[in-house]
Design a protein around this ligand. Structure first.
Ligand code: ZN
Ligand code: ZN
Length: 270
């Protein structure tokens, strides 16, 4: 299925480049396809003499709404990208801790090692993935520094947790500026891809769990949409970014608690 970048030419100028517009752009793409098929059907209708059959009905234009970018991405997509970026640090730390745990157990078991035997250092797939993540993040920081003419990234050659957190913090602080630059428009997608990779490794499948949030439409049918990288109401299509979603979870839990409190008060003996 085509993604936001491929569908961008169909969106009105100034639309957000983020995934908030993906479904609208797909609806337009499907309509364009239907119009082409309609034109062919009309040609066949003329070729067949025109009068025998009914004139092919024209496909109905979809009613779609595009969110504007400010300038390239809307505020919700920027907030979602920032949250994804910050979550990468948390996910990476958790994965690194698990990988270390496994290594520790293997070493404890001794594995019949004879003293003096050279053992090849085993690199776990997690370590390898985290190393590539850090490399990617460094590249983004380097690119932004060079676009802005900033001095080079401070580096002691390390690629561990500390340099990773530093680069993530540095990028998060400047993310709004970064995402206003045409050359960096691919970053939100790159971040959500990394998020998917790390969650897959951590066996954390958000898409399979239902959210407790009740949507403004009244339905409790909100779930994580892994492709859009947004929470989405399956009944009305409303999108919630991660911060909006978590905020609603808390608000609704508070409201439920307040209601329960009132209920108790009502049944108190007078
Ligand atoms: Zn957006
Ligand atoms: Zn809804």
């Amino acid at each position: 299925m085509p993604d936001t970048a491929q569908l961008q030419p169909l969106a009105p100028a100034g639309s957000c480049r983020g995934s908030c517009n993906l479904r609208a752009a797909r609806a337009l793409a499907a309509h364009r396809q239907a119009l082409e098929e309609h034109a062919d059907a009309v040609d066949r209708w003329y070729a067949a003499g025109g009068s025998e059959q009914e004139f092919p009905p024209e496909p109905e234009a979809p009613r779609v709404r595009f969110w504007p970018g400010n300038p390239l991405f809307c505020g919700r997509c920027v907030a979602n990208a920032r949250r994804t970026l910050l979550d990468l640090d948390v996910l990476a730390s958790q994965l690194a801790a698990t990988a270390d745990g496994h290594r520790g157990r293997a070493a404890d078991a001794g594995e019949g090692r004879v003293s003096g035997t050279k053992t090849r250092p085993s690199v776990s797939p997690v370590t390898d993935v985290l190393d590539r993540l850090v490399g990617d993040l460094f590249d983004v920081e380097d690119e932004w520094r060079s676009l802005r003419g900033y001095p080079g990234r401070p580096s002691n050659g390390g690629r561990g947790a500390h340099p990773r957190s530093r680069t993530i913090g540095w990028l998060a602080e400047r993310l709004e500026d970064i995402l206003a630059h045409e050359d960096m428009a691919g970053l939100p997608r790159q971040l959500s891809n990394w998020d998917r990779v790390l969650r897959h490794l951590a066996k954390d499948d958000r898409a399979s769990t239902n959210s407790p949030v009740r949507c403004a439409c009244g339905e409790r049918n909100v779930g994580w949409d892994d492709e859009l990288h947004y929470y989405r109401c399956r009944s009305c299509g409303t999108l919630l970014n991660q911060d909006e979603h978590d905020h609603q979870v808390h608000e609704q839990a508070d409201a439920a608690e307040a209601r329960a409190g009132q209920g108790r008060a009502t049944y108190q003996p007078v």
